[in-house]
Ligand binder design. Structure first.
Ligand code: ADP
Ligand code: MG
Length: 237
């Protein structure tokens, strides 16, 4: 416990919440502590990721412990990998079986970028990672489509749920990335309908953000129970 506190101090990690898991010392610890499959560690190393960033050190063990996470860290601090790694470690790849993870992004560019990053990390494993394009949201046959991880903007996801019967009831991880931007852009209603559609009682919801406006704090309080709050750096950098 003392060691965890020292490591958090060293990396500027501030936490609140009860029973917060120990921060990661290294990516290798993912296999010794959490049984991470070799393909993922290999991909990390091929991508040149040697050491976890501060937000990764605390957010990854939090999500792996199946705790909801409210994470705030500056732009460029590696938040994407902080939610992708636990998802890739926890969900099973393969066809059929429904959508297991939803990543909601404020813009199409960010959604496309996140999809690319996710695909790079899945090299060597047959994960079905899908970007919700305009075409897919309008014509997708979601009952027949294999999709383990779905990345979308709120409008397209909401459209697909209403008009194409996209079923999110088996989602295990719901990530709201750049939740501050999601608010600024006025997607409150769509977020609400996505949160409701992810109706699996054991779904893990998570918010990632670069700043912490009151709107985000309020959303965190309203949709998460017993979340671990992780802040790296200043509150509004
Ligand atoms: P954020 O979402 O916090 O703005 P990103 O997830 O987009 O940041 O990451 C910023 C950059 O840092 C990306 O190019 C990403 O590939 C790189 N990156 C992420 N994690 C690591 C790591 N552990 N080591 C080195 N580079 C990393
Ligand atoms: Mg980001």
């Amino acid at each position: 416990i003392e060691q965890s506190a020292l490591m958090r101090k060293k990396h500027g990690i501030h936490i609140s919440g009860h029973n917060v898991p120990a921060p990661l010392r290294s990516f290798e610890e993912l296999s010794s502590r959490y049984g991470c499959k070799p393909f993922l560690l290999r991909n990390l190393s091929e991508l040149g990721f040697k050491e976890p960033t501060p937000i990764q050190r605390q957010a990854i063990p939090t999500l792996l412990s199946e705790r909801e996470c409210f994470a705030c860290a500056p732009t460029g601090s590696g938040k994407t990998l902080a939610f992708l790694l636990p998802i890739l470690m926890k969900i099973k790849p393969g066809p059929g079986d429904g959508v297991k993870a939803v990543i909601l992004c404020p813009t199409r560019e960010l959604a496309a970028q996140t999809t690319r990053e996710c695909k790079k990390l899945t090299k060597g494993r047959k994960f079905y990672v899908k970007l919700m394009t305009k075409e897919l949201s309008r014509t997708g046959d979601f009952k027949k489509m294999s999709c383990n991880i779905l990345v979308s903007t709120p409008l397209r996801l909401d459209f697909a749920m209403r008009k194409r019967k996209l079923d999110l009831s088996r989602v295990e991880y719901l990530i709201l990335d750049e939740s501050d931007k999601l608010f600024e852009l006025g997607f409150v209603e769509q977020i609400d309908s996505v949160v409701k559609a992810c109706s699996n009682p054991s779904v893990i919801r998570s918010l990632f953000s670069a700043t912490l406006p009151d709107t985000v704090e309020e959303l965190a309080r309203s949709i998460m129970h017993d979340a671990v709050r992780v802040i790296v750096g200043r509150k509004n950098s």
